[in-house]
Design a protein around this ligand. Structure first.
Ligand SMILES: [Zn+2]
Length: 262
């Protein structure tokens, strides 16, 4: 019954809150990594974006005005992660807060050990367990084009959000029943240790060295690479690519290869 009601609400929403074509196109063009998505995938992504924008508030902080194009650009990247996942993965929190620049939040949260966290240095983005995702707009804008930025802030923070479904981010999001967390952790820990050793040796890694900070950052940074530069992840850590393809139920590298063949 609940599912029926949910589906009915969703259909009504899709009919009422459609995104104007011009706005949709403009948002897509500002995110070149989406060029490899098929028309059918983009249509599904558009539906996800409509629902996301209806369910979440995207609010400007410090007087910043969030225009419709910004809302769609943020929602599009957030929804890429859950395109083939249960939409309820983003349940349990309500808003995305957008700052006009890097920010120091007044927000604080308590982790499982009872330690209260509060940011003291300016941040480009932050995700809080059961709380908002906070983004600096100039950093969202600068990281929309992977080929020039080599990072994607929105994907990064929303990967943390998936990780935080089970509490504090630790690099191991809740997994479907068929994958024991131990197998996930084994593969991720092995790759993380390998990557951290490379960074400690001073290697100029093609993957952002920030991934060596912690298992949580490793998951978030590698999720950026998985979606925005999938062949890089295939070359660097093929086992993690396979793991993510299974987890996200997407195979972005195969799309890129198809594009290169045509
Ligand atoms: Zn992070």
């Amino acid at each position: 019954m609940l599912q029926t009601l949910r589906n009915w609400k969703r259909r009504r929403l899709l009919a009422q809150a459609a995104i104007p074509e011009l706005l949709w196109r403009e948002a897509l063009e500002s995110l070149p990594f989406l060029a490899v998505y098929t028309d059918a995938e983009l249509e599904r992504l558009r539906e996800r974006v409509v629902v996301f924008l209806a369910e979440k508030s995207i609010l400007g902080a410090r007087g910043f005005e969030v225009i419709p194009l910004m809302r769609v650009i943020i929602a599009l990247q957030a929804c890429v992660l859950v395109l083939n996942l249960d939409p309820r993965y983003y349940d349990g929190w309500e808003s995305v807060i957008v700052y006009p620049d890097e920010f120091i939040t007044d927000l604080e949260y308590e982790d499982e050990a009872g330690v209260v966290h509060r940011a003291h240095e300016p941040l480009a983005g932050e995700a809080m367990p059961q709380g908002p995702v906070v983004l600096s707009w100039p950093d969202v804008e600068a990281s929309a084009d992977w080929s020039s930025a080599g990072m994607n802030l929105v994907i990064h923070e929303f990967a943390h959000k998936l990780d935080m479904r089970s509490g504090e981010a630790n690099g191991c999001p809740p997994l479907p029943a068929e994958m024991p967390p131990r197998s996930w952790q084994k593969a991720m820990n092995c790759a993380f240790d390998h990557f951290r050793a490379r960074v400690e040796k001073g290697e100029d890694t093609p993957i952002d060295s920030y991934a060596a900070e912690s298992p949580a950052e490793f998951f978030a940074v590698l999720s950026e690479v998985f979606f925005a530069d999938p062949t890089l992840l295939v070359h660097e850590y093929p086992k993690i690519y396979e793991l993510f393809a299974w987890f996200y139920k997407q195979d972005p590298a195969s799309r890129t290869e198809l594009l290169l063949e045509t």
